[in-house]
Design a protein around this ligand. Structure first.
Ligand code: AP5
Ligand code: MG
Length: 215
């Protein structure tokens, strides 16, 4: 099964995608995570992307679709993927159709996480992740079970994203409204869009997603 998790910054895409990886063996394809890895290793793509990401703007369609195409050629993606943060523009949505068709695959479902924008700044500002395995946490909504220790890998180092400040989040939300939300009708016409209440607590959002995937 191949699905898209769609929603603005802080909607819970990464949180739910990681859970689906752990619980269903699906593969999370987060263009944000891939770009951050490229920035960290200082690759040519990373060097181009860093400034754009720090400003909360969108990286070019060519770069992100190139990364996704390469990733879809890896055999682990055959068992089903969760697109997290991709596609984000009409051009990316069109490219994704081609990338999947070329590989004899298809999109089964687009799950929109419906959220109240005002809550998202708090979510994003309180976010931190394990520096070793990338598991996501929140100062208030999802603390590690043992303070200072990652639930998943036992790591003790955590990090915060440079674009997780109130000002950049506002720009990212504006980009979402202008460029990403408009791709929903394209999928609605195909009859594959489902909605979940992204304002519910993390476990409840997970239950709503599971109900859709098991239907
Ligand atoms: P990306 O990394 O994709 O960031 P984003 O879309 O802004 O989304 P976030 O990762 O901020 O939010 P999320 O929905 O994953 O929330 P999370 O689960 O962590 O992209 C970053 C940048 O890369 C972009 O700005 C752009 O520059 C570039 N980029 C990436 N993809 C691109 C593309 N396709 N095209 C062009 N450019 C691209 O949750 C947030 C926090 O809230 C966490 O702390 C979590 O614990 C908590 N939380 C989650 N769910 C709940 C809940 N239900 N209740 C309470 N707290 C919750
Ligand atoms: Mg994310």
């Amino acid at each position: 099964m191949n699905i898209i998790l769609l929603g603005p910054p802080g909607a819970g895409k990464g949180t739910q995608a990681k859970r689906l990886e752990h619980e269903r063996g699906m593969v999370q394809l987060s263009t944000g995570d891939m770009l951050r890895a490229a920035v960290k290793s200082g690759t040519p793509i990373g060097l181009k992307a860093k400034e754009v990401m720090d400003a909360g703007k969108l990286v070019s369609d060519e770069i992100v679709s190139g990364i996704i195409g390469e990733r879809l050629d890896m055999p682990d993606t055959e068992k089903g993927v969760i697109f997290d943060g991709y596609p984000r523009t009409a051009a990316q949505a069109a490219t994704l159709e081609d990338l999947l068709a070329q590989r004899g695959r298809q999109l089964d479902c687009v799950i929109e996480l419906v959220v109240d924008e005002e809550a998202l700044v708090e979510r994003v500002e309180g976010r931190f992740t394990c520096a070793s395995c990338g598991e996501g946490y929140h100062d208030k909504f999802k603390q590690p079970k043992v303070e200072g220790t990652c639930d998943i890998c036992g790591g003790h180092e955590f990090k915060r994203r440079p674009d997780d400040n109130a000002e950049t989040v506002r720009t990212r939300m504006a980009e979402y409204r202008a460029q990403t939300a408009p791709i929903l009708p394209f999928y609605e016409e195909k009859g594959i869009v489902r909605h979940v209440d992204g304002m519910a607590d993390i476990d409840e959002v997970g239950r709503q997603i599971d109900a859709i995937l098991d239907a």
